[in-house]
Design a protein around this ligand. Sequence first.
Ligand SMILES: [Zn+2]
Length: 325
Amino acid sequence: MPQDDRIIQNEFGKIFERAKHSNWTCIEYGCKDAAINSHLLQRNGILNYVAEDGKVVMPCIKSIFGYKDSESLIEFKKIGLKEALSLDVFCSQHDTNLFKEIEGGCIDYDNYRHCALFCYRSLCAEIRMKEIEIEKYKLLLNSDILNDNISYGKMMILAQQEAMMEIGKMENEQYRYWLYEDLHNHTESFVFKAFDIPIKGLFASAASSMFMTEKEYKSPDLMDLLLIQIIPQKENSRIMFGYHKQHANKNYEPYIEKWRNVKKEDIGFMLTGMLIQLLHWGMAPSLFIKLLPHNIEKYYSLCIEDYLSQNQYPDESFNLFEGIF
Ligand SMILES: [Zn+2]
């Protein structure tokens, strides 16, 4: 590695660590206590069906500086559960008390409150992840070392990415607030639907702008978000969707119904179409080794296409899990 690259990589590493561990406070409204490491999915139970030797495989975006044109911007990485799914989100008291009802995977999917709590926790984690990213961008943009060693054009890309992240965070904040209101006022402003699907070894947790068109992307209105969770169970998985009644894209209902009635031979295609749009998903290492190398390459290139596109219709013509499901 040339000397300059090494200096840049070192600075990146330092900044990433600093952003992740800068003194985050509890995300719950009005709480100023220090945040502790909270799990995105419940600590007990749920992840045991995916993790092997404490590890999962997840897609990760490489930094634009480590990335050469000949290789992919995204790669699957085997990571420890702690690194993969825990973040400083809530203080110890809120982490324990807010989610008592659903801790240990005891979720009654017919119970509105349980579904709202599950999605609330996941949205809070998503917001904190974005806050950490924003902090990272701020530190990168203010770094003398990077400003001296990196082109103006690349620094501008970072500034754009920071702005995008800020917008995404604001969107998530609005949905989180509505969920909070529901939890405290016994209102039901969301629709939740959940059912079992015959797959194993995979999890996902995301607030997705699926079905968004280029026109909607450019409009100043609040984006429609579909909350998606894939929760691994012992013999199969549960897929849960949530959307706000006043911000429901017209495609959500038919899409959810398509999942409810999914045929076994279509499941891999539908799953791939969905996962291309989500970054927060992962799988068991033993599932990952069954994926065919040319399918992994194709998944990488479709992810990049999707990342650059403002048209978010799921492409269900390709099955990353060919031969598996
Ligand atoms: Zn707190």
